[in-house]
Design a protein around this ligand. Structure first.
Ligand SMILES: [Zn+2]
Length: 419
C-alpha cells in the first residue's frame, strides 16, 4: 500500500471546530495526519484551494444506506408516518439482494460527495458491511433486530448474531454493532439479548406520538398497522410505558447507544444523556435527523435544551426513504433555516465532532487538531447576501457545494479534477 500523503494546503478559511477559525490559513499534513494549522506565508503550498472553507469531515450518525427513495405523499404540509412505514416494508420486500447492494454503493458514493467521512449505518443482517469496508469511510455497521412476536425476534437476532460473531473482514475502519429497531416493533427480550451480545447499539426512540400511545395503552394506529402486517403479538408487554427506560433498564444501561430521533423525549429524560450519568464511560447520544422529523410533522425537537443540560446531540440524514439526500451539510442548512437563532458553529460541531464522539472515533477525527487524521470536507464559499464574516455562518447560510473530501489526507471525492 502506498504511504499516506504529506502536503500543505491553503484556504480562505480553516475551521478546526476545536479552536478558533483561521483566515487565510495553511493546514499541514504529514503521513495522513494533521501536523498543525498556521497563518498563510509566502512559502509554497501543494494545494492552493482558494475561496473555500476546510472543515473536519461530516459524520452521519444515522442512516440506512440500503433503502431507496420513497416519494413524499404530503397532505397539508407533512406526511403520515404510519402509512410511510408500510411503504418502507413494501419497498424492502420488493428489493432483491443485488438491488440492495447497488443502493448501498450509491449511498457510499453520495456520502463521500457530501463531505461525509464517517457514518453509522443500520442494515439487514450486516449486508452493507462489505461495501463499507471496501470504501474509505470510517464508522459502524449495525445489524437490525426486530420483532414483537417471539419467533420473528429470534429469527432476526439469530441472523444478526451470526454476522456479529463471524470473522471480521481484515483491517477495517468499520466496527460492528446491533440495532434493536424500536420499542413499538421490537420485544424487550430482543433488546436484552442485543445488549448481552454487544455493547455498541443503536435504536429508534421516542420518534412518533403513536409510539407513545402504543407503549402507554397498547392501542392506536401503530397497533392497527402491526395487526395488518401480521406483526402484532397480543401477549406483548413493553419493557416500560416510557421510551427512555429502554436505555436504562438493567443491562441496557451498560452499552453505548445511538438514539435516532428522540423527537418526543421529555425534559425529565435529558439527564440520562449527559456523559456524567453513564455508569462506566458509556456514550448515549441523540441523533437528530431534521429533514426526516419535519417530513412527518414532528417538532420542535428538544436538541437545544438537551445540549444545555450537557447532553451530546449529533446529526443524521436517516435514509433516502425519508430524506432527499445523504448530506449532513444539507441537514445543517435545513436546520439553520428552521432555527435561525441557533449558532452556525453549534450546528457544524453537531455534524462533525458530536458525531465523532457518538461513534467513539473522536480521538482520531471530528476536529482539525494535531495528531488527528486529515479527514476533511472542503466547502466552496458562495456568500452572496450574507453580511457577516463569521466563517461558520458563511458555510451554513451560503449555498456552496462540497468540492472535495479527504480521508487520511487522500482525496476520496473531487468535484473538479484540479481542485
Ligand atoms: Zn432510521
Amino acid at each position: 500500500m502506498k504511504p499516506l500523503p504529506s502536503f500543505v494546503l491553503s484556504a480562505r478559511w480553516i475551521l478546526p471546530i476545536e479552536g478558533a477559525p483561521v483566515e487565510n490559513g495553511r493546514l499541514l499534513v504529514r503521513g495522513g495526519v494533521i501536523l498543525g494549522i498556521e497563518p498563510q506565508t509566502s512559502a509554497p503550498v501543494d494545494f492552493a484551494l482558494g475561496n473555500v472553507a476546510v472543515l473536519p469531515g461530516f459524520v452521519n450518525a444515522h442512516t440506512h444506506l440500503e433503502l431507496g427513495p420513497i416519494p413524499n405523499l404530503e397532505i397539508d404540509g407533512y406526511e403520515d408516518q404510519v402509512s410511510w412505514l408500510e411503504r418502507v416494508i413494501q419497498q424492502r420486500m420488493q428489493t432483491d439482494e443485488a438491488a440492495m447492494q447497488v443502493q448501498v454503493e450509491r449511498g457510499i458514493t453520495a456520502s463521500l460527495a457530501a463531505g461525509t467521512t464517517a457514518l453509522a449505518d443500520i442494515t439487514t443482517a450486516g449486508r452493507s458491511e462489505p461495501g463499507l469496508v471496501a470504501s474509505a469511510l470510517r464508522g459502524i455497521v449495525f445489524s437490525e433486530v426486530i420483532g414483537l412476536k417471539q419467533a420473528r425476534g429470534e429469527q432476526t437476532s439469530s441472523l444478526a448474531c451470526d454476522w456479529l460473531h463471524s470473522p471480521e473482514p481484515g483491517r477495517s475502519r468499520i466496527r460492528r454493532g446491533l440495532s434493536p429497531h424500536a420499542p413499538y416493533s421490537t420485544a424487550g427480550s430482543v433488546y436484552e439479548n442485543a445488549v448481552n451480545q454487544c455493547k455498541t447499539l443503536a435504536t429508534h426512540l421516542a420518534e412518533l406520538p403513536e409510539e407513545l400511545e402504543l407503549l402507554a395503552c397498547g392501542t392506536g394506529r401503530l397497533r392497527d398497522f402491526l395487526e395488518r402486517i401480521n406483526a402484532w403479538d397480543p401477549t406483548w408487554k413493553p419493557l416500560s410505558d416510557h421510551p427512555a427506560d429502554y436505555l436504562r433498564k438493567g443491562e441496557l444501561r451498560q452499552a453505548d447507544w445511538l438514539v435516532a430521533h428522540g423527537n418526543y423525549l421529555k425534559p425529565a429524560d435529558f439527564w440520562q444523556f449527559r456523559p456524567q450519568a453513564a455508569p462506566a464511560d458509556q456514550r448515549v447520544t441523540v441523533v437528530y435527523c431534521p429533514r426526516t422529523s419535519a417530513r412527518f410533522g414532528h417538532g420542535p425537537h428538544p436538541y437545544r435544551d438537551m445540549i444545555k443540560e450537557g447532553a451530546v446531540v449529533c446529526l443524521g440524514t436517516d435514509s433516502l426513504a425519508s430524506a432527499p439526500s445523504l448530506s449532513i451539510l444539507d441537514e445543517i442548512r435545513f436546520l439553520s433555516r428552521l432555527n435561525p437563532e441557533t449558532e452556525p458553529s453549534l450546528l457544524l460541531t453537531m455534524g462533525t465532532l458530536g458525531g465523532a464522539w457518538a461513534l467513539r472515533i473522536d480521538d482520531e477525527v471530528g476536529s482539525l487538531v494535531p495528531e488527528k487524521k486529515a479527514d476533511l470536507a472542503i466547502v466552496e464559499l458562495l456568500e452572496d447576501g450574507i453580511a457577516d464574516s463569521d466563517p461558520a455562518r458563511l458555510v451554513v447560510e451560503g449555498n456552496g457545494n462540497v468540492v472535495a473530501t479527504m480521508i487520511d489526507g487522500r482525496f476520496v471525492f473531487r468535484a473538479y479534477r484540479n481542485s
